[in-house]
Ligand binder design. Structure first.
Ligand code: ADP
Ligand code: ADP
Length: 542
């Protein structure tokens, strides 16, 4: 190991991680001897959205507890009772001085949105509206309910809501409060792109128009880019230490993060850069067709949701991305392919072994992770499996844990591993990005992609993270229609055509960053936005 990692180096590299110079100084907070240490703090700013980009377990919550005044950081002296005066001494003359004075004086109130919205029904018993009513401190609740489109579900009991509905209820409940400082721990899980963009706009408005300080942790880089004014990158060794950098411009922060190298800090955080190809979308494989399916129609009954699917071909060895709003029939199509549903029109007569990872993961057996995975594949523990599956999905540190004790992100990684470890003809993953931090998304993407390439495996992935799609998919299937009423699925198409189709429905254009080629959402009605719309180039503009 490189000497600072408590475990094996997550990157399988030894020479790459330079010791950050911050580690020569005292931390902002240390939980105890050999316990987690946090270096640096993010800087909340009234009227602005401050983003934090970094893995889970790196100290973001610890930092927020300090900024909220719930905990006095001990500056590394875990034996003494910490005081705000000593914290103030440390940060005098920095951008944090004024803020810390306010915290010391008890003048900072906070609203926060938890990371795992799935847990809300365990903590609250009642209708969604009962939860929401208690938060209406600024008279803005009705407008949030309308703009987040949760009106139809607010009278329902909280434990009947879907993940996407819970996420929007949680956002409304947080933003409706009248506080100085808002902390939002991930806003995008289970939301489709349209809902993500709406959430980002509401948060920006709260900061700008109401002059509040907002701190956001977000792993969807396209949304983070749209949302934040400044960005702190957090890096280190999850569980051991975390360093929060000084604020960077959002563009620069994301670019440096993708490059794997932080310039000001002179810090390499990853051996390789994450690169987006300014392609010419990847050429469709010339491989043999895996399935050719006819036009399909499926309705859940008179007056219920119905889905129309255009006839199409899926090729051996390709990664087919599936995009579209929530409630448009993507999971319905998945169930038609797995044989759990039978079409009303059109016959699916293929007999394929399909390995399926659903959106909501239910693995709640009382079983250890290693026992579970070795029951799924003979390959478990082989050096090949370790390199291709366990390492990129960071499973080694959770092998001995019980399935029921896993966090959302840990559960997701186990479920992805279980899905791609099975022998199957077709792998179908529904929202693999949910609850993965940005580094894990990158690793999971490359694990899925490499697996497809090495095994000539065919993979279908449903996801709302545009970066992940761009890195992962060879072709796209696009859903449109009216959510909850009727859906339509296009035949698989080239990336460029598919993205154009999809984004024109949403009325969103993307440009590519000059330096890194990563996709960036254009400001609505900016010159580029208008030009691209006129040319019909929503995604791959020249
Ligand atoms: P993040 O929000 O980035 O996921 P956290 O701030 O929640 O990270 O946690 C960072 C690390 O600090 C974790 O390894 C966690 O186990 C550890 N930690 C959190 N609270 C305590 C505590 N009260 N005592 C000791 N360690 C803690
Ligand atoms: P997506 O995966 O795109 O979010 P789904 O395929 O899950 O969409 O759902 C599409 C629509 O079909 C939704 O309005 C959903 O409520 C409805 N639906 C799903 N399953 C059933 C069912 N068994 N009976 C009636 N309606 C259903």
């Amino acid at each position: 190991t490189c000497g600072i990692c408590v475990e094996k180096c997550p990157f399988d590299a030894i020479e790459i991680i330079n010791l950050p110079s911050e580690l020569d100084e005292d931390p902002t907070h240390r939980y105890g001897e050999n316990a987690f240490s946090l270096y640096g703090l993010p800087v909340p700013e009234s009227g602005a959205v401050t983003g934090i980009l970094g893995p889970n377990g790196i100290g973001k919550t610890t930092a927020v507890r300090a900024l909220a005044g719930e905990m006095v950081p001990n500056l590394g002296n875990y034996d003494d009772e910490p005081t705000w005066e000593s914290v103030l001494d440390r940060y005098r003359g920095t951008e944090l001085q004024n803020y810390i004075e306010s915290v010391r004086d008890g003048d900072v109130s906070i609203a926060r949105k938890p990371q795992y919205v799935d847990q809300i029904p365990k903590q609250f018993d009642g209708k969604a509206i009962d939860l929401l009513d208690a938060t209406d401190e600024r008279g803005a609740l009705d407008s949030y309910i309308e703009r987040l489109d949760i009106g139809p579900v607010v009278d329902n009991h909280i434990d009947t809501l879907s993940g996407g509905e819970l996420q929007r209820v949680a956002l409304a409940a947080t933003l409706a409060r009248d506080r100085d400082f808002y902390f939002l721990d991930e806003i995008t899980p289970y939301l489709d792109i349209g809902q993500r963009v709406t959430a980002a706009r509401l948060i920006r408005e709260l900061a700008e128009e109401e002059d509040r300080a907002v701190l956001v942790v977000e792993h969807d880089l396209a949304i983070l880019d749209l949302l934040a004014d400044t960005l702190h990158v957090a890096y280190g060794e999850p569980g051991a230490y975390g360093v929060v950098t000084d604020p960077k411009s959002v563009r620069n922060g994301i670019n440096e993060y993708l490059k794997g190298y932080l310039s000001n800090e002179n810090m390499r955080i990853r051996p390789d850069a994450i690169t987006f190809e300014e392609h010419a979308p990847r050429e469709t494989s010339k491989a043999a067709p895996l399935i050719e399916y006819p036009e399909i129609r499926k309705s859940y009954g008179e007056g219920e949701f119905s889905l129309d699917v255009d006839a199409g071909t899926i090729y051996n060895g390709e990664v087919l991305g599936i995009v579209g709003p929530n409630g448009i029939g993507k999971s319905t199509l998945a169930k038609l392919f797995t044989g759990d549903l039978t079409p009303d029109v059109g016959e699916l007569d293929f007999e394929l072994d399909i390995s399926y990872k659903p959106q909501y993961i239910e693995i709640d057996q009382h079983m250890r992770v290693d026992a579970f995975l070795s029951s799924i594949t003979d390959q478990f523990g082989s050096s090949y499996w370790n390199t291709e599956v366990a390492n990129p999905l960071q499973l080694n540190r959770i092998m001995e844990r019980n399935l029921t004790d896993l966090s959302g992100g840990e559960r997701q990684r186990v479920a992805i591993a279980a899905c791609i470890s099975q022998d199957a003809d077709l792998y179908l993953l529904d929202e693999p990005s949910a609850h993965l931090d940005v580094e894990q998304r990158v690793q999971a993407t490359s694990a899925i992609r490499r697996y497809a390439e090495n095994h000539d495996a065919t993979v279908m992935v449903i996801d709302h993270d545009i970066y992940m799609m761009d890195l992962l998919a060879d072709r796209l299937m696009v859903f449109d229609g009216e959510p909850s009423v009727e859906g339509h699925a296009s035949k698989p198409q080239e990336m460029r055509d598919g993205m154009n189709d999809f984004l024109s429905d949403l009325d969103i254009t993307f440009r590519r960053d000059e330096r890194t080629s990563r996709p960036r959402i254009n400001k609505p009605d900016s010159q580029l936005d208008r030009e691209q719309k006129r040319a019909g180039e929503y995604y791959y503009a020249e």
